[in-house]
Design a protein around this ligand. Sequence first.
Ligand SMILES: *Cc1c(COP(=O)(O)O)cnc(C)c1O
Length: 398
Amino acid sequence: MAKKENSFKGYGINTQAIHTGTAYDEGTGAVRRPLHMANSYKLPDDLSQVNYSSTDLLMYSRNGNPNQHWLEEKIAALHDADDAIVLASGVGALHALFWTLLKTGDRVLYPKVSYMAVYRMFHELFNHKFGVETVMVDMTDLEAVRKAITPGTRLVHIETPDNPTNGVTDIAAIAKIAHENGAVLSVDNTFASPYNQRPLELGADFVVEALTKFINGHGDAQGGAIISNDLSTMDRIRYEAQVNVGSVISPFNAWQIFRGSVTFPLRMQRINESSQKIAEWLEQRENVTFVSYPGLPGNPGHELARRQMKEGYGGVISFGVKADDKAVEKFCAALKVVTFAVSLGHDESLIFPQPSYDERIHLYPEKFRDGFIRFSVGLEEPEDIISDLDQAMKSIGL
Ligand SMILES: *Cc1c(COP(=O)(O)O)cnc(C)c1O
């Protein structure tokens, strides 16, 4: 596929989010492009040139559909990148990237703290099923990365800020270490989002976004994207993973995420501001044992985050309370404004406890092992969120 169209290159992110990928509908002149719920398309009269594993021709929805392609234009533009591939979920996008890049005998470095499915893929699946050498590394420690990498390592994958502890990893420094050793760097940018952080500009080769989160922003559709300027690898991902493994996005979900993403920069701006306020409030609240948010000057990742996150520090706050697992559940259930559910980056605030019996708790820094909660800040008035947190804490005696 060719480089994605971006006729608004150089414009501000709000203008791009509104205009990229949009056009008049050719048939009707409607100011919105339609939703094409078709799984197949009229074939050309001469079939001799048709490649059934290609994504160049609209032929079958798994090879690509117009709603997917228009969303890809916008996602590429949000990262000022040449190309983006939109798939059915964030994990679908991560898998498509790893599946295409890695083969038996390759070495990959993956983070000690990461999204659960990344841990599963590298801790249990790619190593045991396919003989990929998978090495877990504390990516917030550059010395540890230098020690773990070997010449010919194929891939370094990082996540920053990481899910669920909000640890910050130095993208530019790790890109340099990876490239000096012949590896490529992929960055899961879901927590930061392209409003705050664009890893390709810092030297990363691939970026993954869970569109399900801040970019869609309304908690009503699942999707994921791979973003890169490496057009030939992106075509391999389309061929090897999209068409032949098949985690294709439904046109309806692509249409919904396209619509949600129009207001993404505006929402993110407010979420950054509210999160900063709420993190500062939590920090001074009694019985809060720690607050991990890169915007707080006392956080270990703060100086680095100031350098690589441009507009703000994102919408997830990781914090601890002086309470056992049962009391934390009661606290979450007592919230009225905040929704007790997994996921993050919705319009509504979401809370999700990380219990002390979680199988990965030993991988997190010491202070995260008791009373740890992941909080995703929504668009409600920050004062309402704060009083809700306060009343629910009081309800369990904090
Ligand atoms: C949610 C999430 C994903 C996965 O996205 P899905 O759409 O749920 O598959 C990947 N990485 C991070 C950091 C996430 O928060």
